[in-house]
Design a binder for this molecule. Structure first.
Ligand code: UT7
Length: 330
């Protein structure tokens, strides 16, 4: 008999902004082609948040309000909100505080987690611990990024990949085993050189010089990151499956960070699962960093059944990576 308290996802909601940046439009901005982007990444279009004074929180608030609605939750019932993002509205205060204020979550405390593309899994795992410990009953986990704020639209190696979006899930306690069962998280700071933003932090604050040198954008050595991502995302997915005695047949869906279709395909092959069991929406949103996994869950929610075994997996800047095994709760 199972009596252990674990955290169940009891709702998911996503939000993507209206503006669609297509591969065709990118062809007019940099030296690239729809064919190159499609075959190298799987991306056809991505969404951009346009307009003055529109930060990441704008999308996160839409997602959280939708989530509260859907799960019949009053904002004051939220105990904790964690926001994973690398594109906070401001350096401080935390975007989580902006969100809790705007949605009316007056009893919640909140903070941000910066773990780039693995941010959602880091935040989910952390939030689950607050539930498991019994101290918190309703925890909202947000993954949101406005990557267009830090993408250099003159750099063809990065501007074709990233997009803007937000996703949120509700975590609540359960004793029936249908929830977050296990997570493996890792990081390796030596990956900094391959994926980072050069200026705007305390090491090199913004100056005329840093702006002139285009140092306020995401810098990526794509092929180096690609190699680490393929190996580590597959390794860690295999590790979480082995630890929980799962084979490919037991898994209903792989929910992978959407960085590049080729990285996802390699992970699925290693796990021994076919394409039909891989959540993919990279073609319409690109890489939305912390938002990819909740946006996948949101898109595939109608197909999910209670008890489905899901493996969530991510790799990103830091380097950071991780995999979570959960049983879908509804
Ligand atoms: O999300 C978190 C972490 N990030 C990732 O996981 C991303 C990992 N990396 C990638 O997804 C891929 O490395 C990219 C999609 C960024 C690039 O694909 P690639 O197959 O690794 O290409 P590459 O960087 O090795 O470049 C191959 C060629 C180069 O030309 P030469 O040197 O062979 O003549 C590039 O200059 O493709 C060229 N190229 C492009 N051509 C057309 C690079 N970007 C473009 C482009 N359009 N946008």
């Amino acid at each position: 008999m199972m009596t252990k308290t674990i955290a169940a996802i009891t709702g998911v909601q996503g939000y993507v902004p209206e503006y669609v940046l297509t591969n065709q439009e990118l062809e007019t901005m940099v030296d690239t082609s729809d064919d190159w982007i499609t075959t190298r990444t799987g991306i056809k279009e991505r969404r951009l948040l346009k307009g003055e004074n529109q930060g990441t929180s704008v999308m996160a608030i839409e997602a959280v309000n939708g989530l509260l609605n859907k799960t019949n939750t009053q904002p004051e019932e939220i105990d904790l909100l964690i926001c994973a993002t690398v594109t906070p509205d401001l350096v401080f205060p935390a975007t989580a505080n902006i969100i809790t204020n705007k949605v009316g979550a007056i009893n919640a405390f909140g903070y941000d987690i910066g773990a780039a593309c693995s941010g959602f899994l880091y935040a989910l795992t952390t939030g689950a611990k607050f539930i498991e410990s019994g101290t918190h009953k309703r925890v909202v986990i947000v993954g949101a990024d406005k990557m267009s704020a830090i993408v250099d639209y003159k750099d063809r190696t990065t501007c074709i990949i990233f997009g803007d979006g937000a996703g949120a899930v509700m975590l609540e306690p359960t004793e029936n085993g249908h929830g977050i069962v296990d997570s493996v998280l890792r990081s390796d700071g030596s990956g900094e050189e391959f994926l980072h933003m050069k200026a705007g932090g305390s090491r090199k604050p913004a100056s005329l010089e840093t702006v002139k040198n285009r140092e306020h954008y995401a810098f990526q050595e794509g092929s180096a990151v690609f190699k680490f991502a393929v190996k580590n995302m597959a390794d860690i997915s295999e590790e979480v499956m082995e630890r929980n005695n799962l084979t490919g047949e037991d898994v209903a869906y792989l929910v992978p960070h959407q960085a590049n279709k080729r990285i996802v395909d390699a992970t699925a092959r290693r796990m021994g699962i076919g394409d039909e069991k891989v959540m993919m929406n990279i073609e319409k949103y690109g890489n939305t960093t912390a938002a990819t996994i909740p946006l996948c869950l949101w898109d595939y929610e109608p197909k999910l059944k209670k008890g489905d075994n899901l493996i969530l997996a991510a790799f990103g800047g830091g380097f950071t990576w991780g995999a979570t095994y959960l049983k879908w709760a509804y």
